[in-house]
Design a protein around this ligand. Sequence first.
Ligand SMILES: Nc1ncnc2c1ncn2[C@@H]1O[C@H](COP(=O)(O)OP(=O)(O)OP(=O)(O)O)[C@@H](O)[C@H]1O
Length: 249
Amino acid sequence: MLELKDIYKSFNKGTVDEVQVLKGINLRIEDGDFVTLVGNNGAGKTTLLNIISGSQFPDEGRVIIDGVDVTTMPEYKRGRMIGRVFQDPLMGTAPSMTINENMALALKRGKKLGLKWGISSNTRNIIRDNLKILSLGLEERGKASVGLLSGGQRQAITLLMATMARPRLLLLDEHTAALDPRAASLISELTERIVGETGVAAIMVTHNLSSALSMGNRLIMMENGRISLDAKGEEKKRLTHEELLAMYA
Ligand SMILES: Nc1ncnc2c1ncn2[C@@H]1O[C@H](COP(=O)(O)OP(=O)(O)OP(=O)(O)O)[C@@H](O)[C@H]1O
């Protein structure tokens, strides 16, 4: 469903600060793949997600989603195909808006917003049913401002919002890294549940090697702008923490 063909990306080209971040990435992600993506600081993981989401464009190479070449398609136009959750729980939601309002906006992702802005009772029911999935009791707090929620609750809502409009691909950029251990484990569980139930293809960047090994069906390591390991299925299952750690350059 996602194909990256010979992706190159540099920053500050032609200056002394030039840095070549992606050096010929070729990758094919199939429907239902749940990829954990690891690698050193600066290996190019976030840049790769930026290029997939359209927040940055590659210097060379093609990005293809479901057979459509989206290489130069702006990010907002890919919004319906791609959901994304960032490390900072403050980034995915609007704090002064209520839970219901945030979720209603997420449901409309990629669709035209009309001049009238209101939440129908049907939408309210869909939101309620979705919030129940979280098992956090938030379905009773639809009218509460998102800004009043904890980081973990907020990230849970962001995750739900990123997947509610049924994207084809979910990008998770260290989305549990800023949470306390209990909240991080809740969000990891939720991620597995939501990815499993919706069948959305997912790429999850993490520095947590235990999560990288235990979650998903495929593990990719990036090193200095290239893919240095792509372990799938049984190969991934056999991989140990020590082996993975030893692969870090
Ligand atoms: N907009 C930019 N301008 C200049 N350099 C950039 C820019 N974005 C990223 N870089 C550089 O590109 C390199 C790769 O960054 P990137 O954030 O993709 O790595 P990463 O693997 O996600 O790292 P981390 O694990 O630390 O998040 C780094 O050297 C970074 O400084």
